[in-house]
Design a binder for this molecule. Sequence first.
Ligand SMILES: [Zn+2]
Length: 79
Amino acid sequence: MNDSDRVACTACGQDWQTWYRVRDDGRVFLLCPECDSVWLPSDDRHERPTTYLNDLFAPQSKLFDAWRLIDECEPSTAE
Ligand SMILES: [Zn+2]
């Protein structure tokens, strides 16, 4: 076991922070699939999030669905 231990969402507490990647540009981030909270790799995942999924993308129309642009990926944390 290493430090890939899962961390619960610090915003809603209803799901695990999960690594996702933006398909087009390869950016990776932690996402709570429950409330769309995002922690960037430079963020402290134990702090409350200051970013949400849609914030990762330029202003979009109301029908914009960021979930179409991301894929779950392997943890990218440095050991
Ligand atoms: Zn959450």
